[in-house]
Design a protein around this ligand. Sequence first.
Ligand code: NCD
Length: 361
Amino acid sequence: MPYSYKQIISLPLREKLFHFMKNEKIYHVIFAEQFNRDVIDRLCRIADVLRKIAQTREGQDFLRSLLAHKSVMLYFTQPSTRTYLSFVRSCQYLGMNYANVRDPSISSFSKGESDIDGVLTFSNYFDLIIMRHHEGGFAERVAYLMNDSRLKKANIQVPVISGGAGPDEHPTQALLDMYTLCRSFIWRPKKVDGLHIGFMGDVARGRTVRSLSKLLTRFSNIKISYISPQELKIKEDLRKWLDRQRVDYYETDNLNELIKELDVVYVTRIQDEYDTGNESSDLDYSKFHLSIDDVQKMKEEAIIMHPLPRRQELDPNIDFDKRAKYWEQEVNGMWIRASLVAFIFNVDSNILDYYTLHHSH
Ligand code: NCD
């Protein structure tokens, strides 16, 4: 298998992170661990500025001029609404042309073409690949493929952003969640530092939980609680990461014992698309539903998050509570993704300069 990259993949993460960098800057976005505090802060700052610039027609014209010479391929083989659409909109704000393959059955994949050959093709036509794939390690492999110096094609190297890698990782969701935390707790002197976050639901297979947990370790005095059924507790690799980062975490199946303490209740749906048998249907998930009664017990200044889509685990009546932040998460996702794409193509400074010139008086 010439494109398996087995050897690199088996290395510990810290030894392979440099493969995702170019000129000492993030280039491919595969793992949440790639983002340090400085980069997170910068991306949030750019996102804040972007949304202000975009409020005027002139501002939008300026933003569209930034990457009008670049194009993006959205390759999404797993279902998606928000991640896909927010990436489309963010690339449109930056003036990029885009195309997609979402249904492999109407592309040459249905003639037996491999995913790898498909991606090689995309990289010949586009300047950026954003992808969501059911195979956990696929986006990582594509990053190595793009870097592969054995390939003698022109223009082969383009950056790759993962928009969800099987049950493993969802780094840009972690960024938008972090951005939401920063905006929601702007009134706290130290914003995210010192928060107690409770992840509730399928914390084993919820990739948003996994990626955000990793990003949270970049902040100080974070406390994390995982509230889940016995069968869906966090996996060993995340536990090891938390231990290594010396994060204070706690596991329970009872929301009630914590609800008064939590600053954030992050609800997730059961990820039954990853079932191998009937494990989800045999489970009573109702204990992990957030009700209006639960919300009444929460702190006044706490917030409720959910990556969406939701099912019964989050009562729609909660939408009217000021602590509900999930619709804001959606919007924040568009701006932080625009910020990330601008950062990767090195136009982030242009955005900040424009803002200083036109807005800061
Ligand atoms: C999540 C995902 O795809 O992992 N959705 C999203 O990207 N907003 C969460 C989910 O599907 O439950």
